[in-house]
Each structure stands twice: as structure tokens, then as C-alpha cells.
Design a protein around this ligand. Sequence first.
Ligand SMILES: [Zn+2]
Length: 295
Amino acid sequence: MNKIATITLDSDTFAEEISAEYSTDEKEKIITETYKKSIERIFDVLNNHGIKITFFIISSHLEYSDCVKITQKILSEGNEIGDHSYSHDRKIINLKESEFLKEIENSKNILHKKLNVTPSGFRSPGAEINESMIKILSSKNYLYDSSSNSSFLYSKLKKIYFASFRKEKYNHYKITNTDLPRKINSIYEFPLTASCFLGLPLFNFFLSPLGKFGTGILNRTIEKKEYLNYVIHLHEFISDNEIKGIHIKKGLMNIFNNTIKEKINFLNEAVKRFKNLSEIKTLKDFYYNLSYIEK
Ligand SMILES: [Zn+2]
């Protein structure tokens, strides 16, 4: 059987950097400028290859009309819009049930109001999920979640990051040790793929700064895995000096300094490789079309 690949885009901007604080106006400018520049750059590559992806949107971004317009266009071109939470709290797995429920209700309301979309899928900020969140997603009629990752190193790095930047304790949680799609309670989990490099998740963000070495990791991972879930982020495709008048604080999102051109080339190469070896679908199409998934 053909391998299946899903390319997913998370709408993170520098405004969600956990160690940085911006005023309301600054936040709006960072977010809208990122949508304007990054989305055009990313979809130029994707549309050239004729592929459709799942765009996991931080639904509070839809409070800005520029973001609504741009997202409507992506949607009208046949891509899927999924829910990347309302507030993008990276410690979302540590929220109380009622707080998580509020996140989901906010997202559903705003996605419906601004885009007329009922989201089928959820991606947690921070790439983790637990059983009680799954239960709530299912009660709100989500079909799938795509948040879990089986990487040992990722959770360690996250713990260190929280301790050093936020001076906060972070409770890691792992729902599954596999990176194959599977049913958890009543919905489907499409985990992030653990790459062949220290098991780190297959994030464009990790691989692209590594250049040829990154391409090598990508090739080996594509060959080895049956199911691939490749993750890109909006903040990768804009440089901090393109957001005029705002000093973008340094953090995890902008520690790598390869150029936008290099990043676009890397994405283009990555998409080519996925296309050669696998069928690329949105997660929603994947959910509906895979006959071996027992629903
Ligand atoms: Zn995110």
C-alpha cells in the first residue's frame, strides 16, 4: 500500500512565543503581518505541487479581519481548517476540564461565526494530549485529534524550556507510544511522526536549519515510516526584521537564522520527496478515506 503523508500547518506567530510579552497593538501587527507574508510564501510552494493541507488555526487570530480574509482564501482553495485552540496555551494539558471546555467552545464559536466552519480536528499547542481532553473533543463532535508525539527528547527539551524561560514546572503527559494513527476512546489520534533524528517530531522547524543533513533525515524518515505527519509553522516563513517597528524578542521560534529563501527551498524539496513516495491528503480526507481504519 502507498504511504500516506499529511502536511499540517500550525498558525503560530512570534506573538505566541512563550517568553515574550507584547502590547495588544503589537500582537495584532505581528499576527496580521505573519499571515500576509508567510501564508503567501507557503502556499506558493504547496499550490505549485497541487497539494492540499490541514491548516490548524489559533482561532483567536480570527478576531483580525485580515486573518479572516486570508484564511477564507485557503479554505476556498480546498484546504482543511482545523482547530489549534483559542488561546494557544502551551500548558493546555495542565488545564482544568472546565477551562479546556471553554477553549473548545470559544474556538467552535469563532470558527463558525467567521468562516462558517465546523472543525473536524484538533491540534494541541505543545504537541500533547490527554484522555480527558479527548473525551471533551469527542463530546464536541470532533472526529480526530493530531497532537500526540512519541518523542522522549521532545518532552525533556520542553521541560527544560519551561524551567529556564518561565521558571515554571511543566507536567508532561504521553497518551501513546506509537506514531501510527489509532483510535483512542471514540476519536482518532493522528500522532506527529517521530523522525529518524533522535526521535524528534518531524517539524520543518527542526529540519530546515540543518540543510542537507535535514534533507537526509527527512529521506530516511520517509522511507522508514508508513504514515507521515509533517508539521510546518507560520513563524518560520517571516523574519523578525520584516515586522517593522516592533522589536521581536529572541526565543525558541527565531533562534535559527537560515534565510527565508533557504526555508522555502527546503519546504519545496520536502514536498517533492513526500509526493514521490506517498499520497498527500488533508487529515479529514485521510480520516474519511482510509478503509483499514475501523470507525
Ligand atoms: Zn502551535
